[in-house]
Design a protein around this ligand. Structure first.
Ligand code: ATP
Ligand code: MG
Length: 272
């Protein structure tokens, strides 16, 4: 509390083990208020596990996660949501039987009722519908409010997922590969929306394999590889770090010396 600028989120020496596998190995980093932080690294690096440890989906074996100085370890997911965390998942799974708008209104209701069932009964309430409409506008799909989610393309569903996450009024929004599966034009547009949401005051952790967009919109990067933090800092400097190049290029940084930086941008998602 006495620090000049308190971190919004502070991850210290977090380790997550699944049986004999160490998915996260003593990783520490801070997220500052207002920041758009990119969390990157090759497949299996531990990025999703880190988000899950922050939101309480998995338990940290060691270490601490603090939000505004307050320890989150041991708190269940819904309490962490109430304290200001919101996770937008890699897989988009809206309720298909209710409209796009009601999906967001439901999330707005959950913020207050804590129970999905109670929230469902409150869906019709004007206030939640108003929040829902505002969030849909904010992510650029206001026109889809009254349609059913089942018939929407992936780009719309991803924005719906983001609107649902925003309806929880998060202090910290956690996005896991929101651009995966989109073509480059759609990815660029959604990245612009993410940057807008950040500029409107929402602090964001963005996990992405689309390094081109990450470089374009993130203010700072943290890089994981094999469960360890291997670099952090200003995006350009991080991308020039031999350890990062080596991690992305499969352990032979020297061989890539004449490769331009964009070659690192394994744009468009997973490399096998
Ligand atoms: N619930 C689980 N049980 C056992 N092992 C797990 C579990 N979740 C993740 N892992 C393992 O932990 C490691 C890190 O996985 P994680 O999903 O966090 O990586 P990631 O960086 O998100 O990868 P990707 O870019 O492919 O999404 C992997 O070896 C993965 O197989
Ligand atoms: Mg992942």
């Amino acid at each position: 509390m006495s620090k000049a600028q308190q971190a919004l989120l502070s991850v210290s020496e977090v380790t997550v083990r699944f049986g004999g596998l160490t998915a996260i190995d003593s990783v520490s980093f801070d997220v500052h208020p207002g920041e758009l932080l990119g969390l990157i690294g090759p497949n299996g690096a531990g990025k999703t596990t880190m988000l899950r440890a922050i939101t309480g989906v998995v338990r940290a074996t060691h270490g601490e996660v603090r939000l505004e100085g307050e320890k989150l370890n041991g708190l269940p997911i819904h309490k962490r949501i109430r304290k200001g965390l919101s996770l937008s998942q890699q897989l988009v799974k809206p309720f298909r039987e209710i409209s796009v708008l009601d999906n967001v209104a439901l999330a707005a209701g959950m913020d207050r009722t804590r129970s999905p069932m109670k929230a469902l009964l409150r869906v019709a309430q004007d206030e939640e519908a108003a929040i829902g409409r505002a969030m849909l506008e904010r992510v650029g799909i206001g026109a889809y409010a009254d349609q059913m989610p089942g018939i929407q393309p992936l780009g719309v569903l991803k924005r719906l997922e983001m609107a649902r996450a925003l309806a929880l009024k998060p202090k910290l929004l956690l996005l896991d590969e929101p651009l995966a599966g989109l073509n480059s034009k759609e990815a660029r547009a959604l990245a612009d929306t993410i940057a807008d949401i950040n500029h409107q005051g929402v602090t964001i952790i963005l996990i992405e394999h689309n390094l081109g967009e990450v470089m374009r919109i993130c203010q700072r990067l943290v890089v994981l590889d094999n469960g360890r933090k291997i670099a952090s800092g200003e995006p350009r400097a991080v991308m020039d770090d031999p350890a990062v190049r080596s991690a992305y290029l499969g352990g032979d940084a020297d061989a890539s010396e004449d490769t331009q930086r964009p070659a690192l941008a394994v744009a468009g998602g997973h490399h096998a």
